[in-house]
Design a protein around this ligand. Structure first.
Ligand SMILES: NC(=O)c1ccc[n+]([C@@H]2O[C@H](COP(=O)([O-])OP(=O)(O)OC[C@H]3O[C@@H](n4cnc5c(N)ncnc54)[C@H](OP(=O)(O)O)[C@@H]3O)[C@@H](O)[C@H]2O)c1
Length: 324
């Protein structure tokens, strides 16, 4: 068991990056608050979650990524509210609307304009803030034309309830349609060493339009932190086994990659997770990456991916391993 985090780290020196075309500046590693919402991660409790949030801020991570649907009743937002008391100015709060949980436990995508506005207003109250710095459409609602959802975000921007707008889980076409109605500062797609589909179209489009790409799953739910190796036994309630990358040939391919990345980590004197996250934040178009964590030591480790850069020789070695 790693040592608990102790608050004596200096803030990484890496410069903050510009969010889209806004005045907002973000560190290249953000804290993903899905695990602390307690819906899928095992062994989560409020004390550890608060320590995780505080360690993130202490380590120079300024973006906290939450959503209306992170927790059945806004559990992630309540923890953020407690963690930022007295230090609101240090953090950039990113949240999302358009996905909620029904009383029967099923997920519901509703991005109708009235629902987007309602979720924003409830999130402001839950978070105890006057404005949300970055507010995303969580996912496209097939029942609602995307331009109608975009209209609600434009109105919230106009009213000063949010400072900038993002869209998550969208294609280039959907992003284009949304942008016709409302300026977009950031997109939030899945992206990691094993899932690089966005490099073909979404990333070049965003670079051209000066839209930030803030990806999720850099560690692929802990797989690329090296915690799930061959022979790992998943607890029956661990949902990760349902993802293809944890099964069969894809899992073995990931293990072979990890075997080689272990050598890279040894050579540069960093941990595996730090190498993976450092690679991610230095890919073209990536403004920041969202690392989930449920323990302070986890986010302290991934925050250590900031403030340095893998040497070109190691970047090339990784590129060869990934077989581009
Ligand atoms: N827009 C969207 O639709 C969407 C979808 C998914 C995620 N997201 C965002 O992206 C964030 C990241 O995704 P995620 O949290 O699902 O997954 P993730 O960041 O890929 O993985 C998080 C998990 O990795 C493990 N981990 C983290 N740091 C570690 C370390 N240093 N050493 C060992 N294990 C470590 C922990 O697993 P254990 O729990 O086993 O300890 C943690 O719960 C989310 O929190 C959320 O903010 C957005």
């Amino acid at each position: 068991m790693p040592e608990p985090y102790t608050s004596n780290h200096s803030t990484p020196s890496e410069d903050l990056r510009i969010l889209g075309k806004t005045e907002i500046r973000i560190a290249p590693v953000g804290l993903g608050c899905w695990p602390i919402a307690g819906m899928t991660s095992l062994d989560v409790n409020d004390q550890d979650s608060l320590r995780t949030l505080r360690a993130a801020i202490d380590m120079g991570i300024n973006m906290l990524d939450t959503a209306y649907g992170y927790g059945a009743n806004g559990e992630s937002d309540a923890l953020i509210r407690a963690a930022i008391a007295g230090q609101r100015e240090k953090v950039v709060i990113a949240s999302k609307a358009g996905m909620h949980w029904k009383p029967d436990g099923n997920r519901c995508f509703d991005a109708s304009p009235s629902r987007v506005v309602q979720e924003c207003e409830e999130s402001l109250l839950r978070l105890g803030v006057d404005e949300i710095d970055l507010f995303y459409l969580h996912a496209v609602d097939p029942k609602v034309p995307i331009q109608d959802s975009a209209g609600a975000f434009a109105a919230l921007l106009e009213q000063g309830k949010i400072r900038s707008v993002g869209v998550s889980n969208v294609t280039v076409e959907q992003l284009n349609s949304f942008s016709d109605v409302c300026d977009v500062a950031a997109v939030q797609p899945p992206y990691n060493m094993l899932q690089r589909g966005i490099e073909k179209d979404l990333v070049p489009f965003c670079i051209e339009r000066r839209i930030s790409v803030i990806n999720y799953w850099p560690l692929m739910k802990g797989l690329l932190a090296g915690k799930i190796r061959r022979g790992h036994t998943f607890a029956p309630e661990d949902k990760r086994l349902s993802y293809e990358v944890f099964q069969g040939a894809k899992f073995e391919r990931a293990q072979q990659l990890l075997d080689c990345l272990d050598d890279v980590a040894k050579d540069v004197g960093k941990t595996l997770a730090q190498v993976v996250v450092n690679w991610t934040i230095h890919q073209p178009g990536i403004t920041a990456t969202l690392c989930g964590a449920k323990r302070d030591w986890q986010i302290a480790e991934t925050a250590g991916a900031m403030g340095w850069r893998l040497p070109d020789a190691q970047m090339n070695r990784i590129e060869n391993l990934l077989g581009r």
